[in-house]
Design a protein around this ligand. Structure first.
Ligand code: SF4
Length: 383
């Protein structure tokens, strides 16, 4: 299978969106932000094109943007269209004045460079890199233009699969060169530089291979999230379709259930913090009084302590239990399996002592609080 980075990225975000977009091919209008981004990319492709015989002027770069923008005339309110237009001209102008022509002895080797990466024998990942700069000392910079307002943090950029894939492509295109990948945020004129480690590149290869395998078996489960807010396929998405409610459930006030659940959930954290504080205070009181039980206001608090295995010397334990054929019964490393073994008759007294010597014991305390009347009833029943 041949998969483009764009398709992989769509699948990675939401498999259901991938299905609606690329399998069902449901047509949706292109968002004005995408038209805007494409026009800015087109102007920068023209500006840095290595085939240019002469250095383009600022006016030429702005004209390239205007031509690309007009070629994508769209059904958007005039005010919004004008705003995008002015932003585009401003981005090209500021970029030109600050960064053109390229500095640091760099040369632009390619713009909109296509690449193919083999994923095993059967699959190929392809895509296009906005710009490749070659610098002195065998260095290469892979530049991806971004026209959005929101920038990721550095750690987020380091986990970005797009740059990782570009890095793999650049490693194949420029063997022996040191490759740096860059998101260039044009609105802010800000560079986020990333040098991916081999481990993340491997992880990315595996993620693409897994996505391909899941696409091939038709695994298109929706993956809802914040991205649903701007998903153009939302009205076609099964998650957002009005449900067909069976007759016997028509009277259920689902809204009330949702609200009550959300209210309780929002209180859950506060309650659990307060419960922890109360428990600590009651335990401290019991400790200070040197007792395991206290009564007040019609309630009784009872504390019980249980011995538990806090740690074990695995090698020593194995040395004792393996010759007895009992090692496999404790390799799940739960203290319960060891406790069961110690209380069984499978070990002699001496062997139990050896096992005990390999263990470090700790204590678990539980606190039970009940109405005093209920507790007395229980005690009577026990008696
Ligand atoms: S609305 Fe959300 S869950 Fe549905 S297809 Fe779009 S991104 Fe996926």
């Amino acid at each position: 299978m041949r998969i483009s980075f764009t398709r992989f990225s769509t699948y990675d975000t939401c498999p259901q969106r991938y299905k609606l977009q690329y399998v069902d091919r449901i047509p949706v209008p292109t968002a004005p932000e995408l038209h805007f981004g494409s026009a800015v990319h087109e102007a920068l492709r023209f500006l840095y094109d290595p085939k240019n015989l002469e250095r383009p002027s600022l006016e030429m770069a702005v004209s390239a943007f205007i031509a690309a923008w007009r070629a994508r005339e769209q059904d958007v309110a005039e005010e919004r269209r004008q705003a995008y237009f002015e932003q585009g001209v401003d981005i090209i102008r500021r970029h030109y004045e600050k960064r053109f022509p390229p500095k640091d002895g760099r040369t632009v080797a390619a713009t909109e460079r296509q690449f193919d990466i083999a994923l095993g024998r059967e699959h190929t990942l392809n895509g296009r890199i906005d710009r490749i700069d070659v610098l002195p000392d065998q260095r290469v910079e892979i530049i991806d233009y971004k026209t959005g307002r929101t920038m990721p943090t550095q750690p987020m950029a380091e986990k970005d699969r797009q740059l990782a894939i570009y890095r793999m492509a650049a490693d194949e295109l420029y063997p022996g060169y040191k490759v740096t990948t860059i998101f260039l945020y044009l609105r802010h004129d800000f560079e986020l530089k990333v040098d991916h480690g081999e481990e993340f590149l491997e992880e990315t290869r595996a993620a693409v291979a897994e996505a391909v395998a899941r696409i091939e078996v038709g695994d298109f489960d929706p993956n809802p999230g914040a991205h649903c807010d701007w998903c153009p396929y939302r009205e076609h998405c099964p998650l957002f379709r009005a449900p067909v409610v069976p007759e016997d459930l028509e009277k259920v006030d689902i809204g009330a259930l949702l609200r009550e659940y959300a209210d309780l959930k929002s209180q859950e954290k506060t309650i659990s913090i307060r419960l922890g504080e109360l428990k600590d205070q009651i335990n401290a009181y019991l400790d200070a009084c040197g007792t395991a039980q206290v009564e007040g206001n019609g309630y009784v608090a009872q504390r019980r302590a249980y011995k538990r295995i806090a740690a074990w010397d695995k090698a020593r334990l194995k040395q004792t239990l393996e010759p007895l054929g009992l090692w496999d019964s404790v390799t799940d490393a739960t203290s319960k399996s060891l406790k069961d073994l110690l209380s069984s008759d499978r070990l002699s007294f001496e062997q139990k002592r050896e096992v005990e010597a390999a263990l470090t014991w700790g204590e678990t305390r539980t606190l039970r609080i009940k109405p005093a009347a209920g507790l007395r009833q229980e005690e009577e029943n026990d008696a």
